[in-house]
Design a protein around this ligand. Sequence first.
Ligand code: SF4
Length: 516
Amino acid sequence: MQSLALAPAASGRVTPLQRGCGALKAAGPALSVPRARRLRVQAFQEGPAAPAPAAAKPAAKPAAAAEKKEVDHIPLVLEELKTKKKVLIAQTAPAVRIAIGEELGLGPGVNATGKMVAALRRLGFDYVFDTLAGADLTIMEEGFELLERLEGLVARRTDVPPLPMFTSCCPGWIGFVETCAPEIIPHISTCKSPHMMVGAVLKTYFAEKINRRPDEISVVSVMPCVRKQAEADRMMFHTPDASAREVDHVITTKDLSKLCQEQGIDFASLPDEEFDEFLGIGTGAAALFGTTGGVMEAALRTVYDVVTGEKLERVNWDPVRGLEGTKEASITIAPNPEGPLHNTEPVTVNIAVANGLGNAKKLLKAVQEGQKEYHFIEVMACPGGCIGGGGQPRSKDKEILQKRQGALYSVDERKVLRRSHESPVVQQLYDEFLERPNSHKAHELLHTYYVPCGPEKFDINAPPEEMVSPVATCTLDLGLDTVCDPAQHHEICQVDDGNPHSDTEPPAAPNALHAE
Ligand code: SF4
């Protein structure tokens, strides 16, 4: 067993900040965030300074309602499947495969990947790809973005985006940030979410491979999420030549289940089929994206290997597993002389995971008030992460989240490849197309930017004559003095996310983080 935990064995309650300072004395330059670059407490207010809520602003809607997809894309998808005017590609998120069977004759927590692929082919899709490939790509881009920010902190550079860095793959979280906490936009990873990365790759690299124009391809994402359509509709999410959207339609797990029933597909009797080649391969790390703590665990696997130059024998990171409201840990990593951070002594990195928007708000407040200091924070807006997304089947099973989460852990454990950087898809993409993580091309295709109050959205019923939004590659370019007035969105900021774990406080004592 290889232990990475170097948290000092202090008596009593020790904060991550104190632990980081202990590591600094013991092991060289701890990654203490300079006070001037810490998150500022300003627009995110829950105290007396906050403006009067709902009564004064009756027009505002709760976040869940405000971001629900307004156009029903199922008829549009059915029309495309019927007319066959385009190459039709489906991609499926990790959390879909372990819930799709619940309404189709399989039990809860059953991994129905093969039947799901077969069902999508029966519906008429030309290709069925795995969003896991996009999750692996996300880990590469996000992991190297974190390393760049850490290197910037160690070198005391001011031209590098600040820490802590928050994950960006959850549109529920991004919607909250843009609307209620725009001052933390520079702290959000610029990575697109996995299905948007897949869409970007399909409409460029893959389009070239199959000799098609981007607008001759239609990408349909099957997601556990009711907010992914609004994400795909962000006006900046189009191909570099502005000829096509990266993802055309998003349907949910429940939508796919309904489609199967309406089309008379006997799901439970379908044979297991494989994803199509190329973007059909995903690692175990990528499967973990479907549950709270999974992005963090996947990122740690890659960051550890890349920085140390060593390969972890056992890759489960227990402190970020489970369904607790907030999880935190510290790892100390000794850099390889030839890798990232190579000029530094061993560094201690503090990480946290917020399960549900309520916990994210509390964690953010603690960080903004200086009670907590982290370098990397994962946030998922739904209880349990995407396994508990609004597009998943409703269940009366009180243990449903545990069962779905256990199924995803099992998907991970059964994979031969469990680290994103080992994915042959990732390696081929960088070799043939993207050059290296965070290259100019990778930024152009796989990264994005955020807009206070949210960006303009693509209206499929009234598409713009041309999509001309610039592709920004760095949030530092944003004029953050133009932040929106949070008073206008106070109801959204205060909305209850329905997460039963949201009342839990951030942990007061650190967990030791072990690689088993
Ligand atoms: S956690 Fe919820 S809102 Fe966020 S991506 Fe997953 S399903 Fe969507």
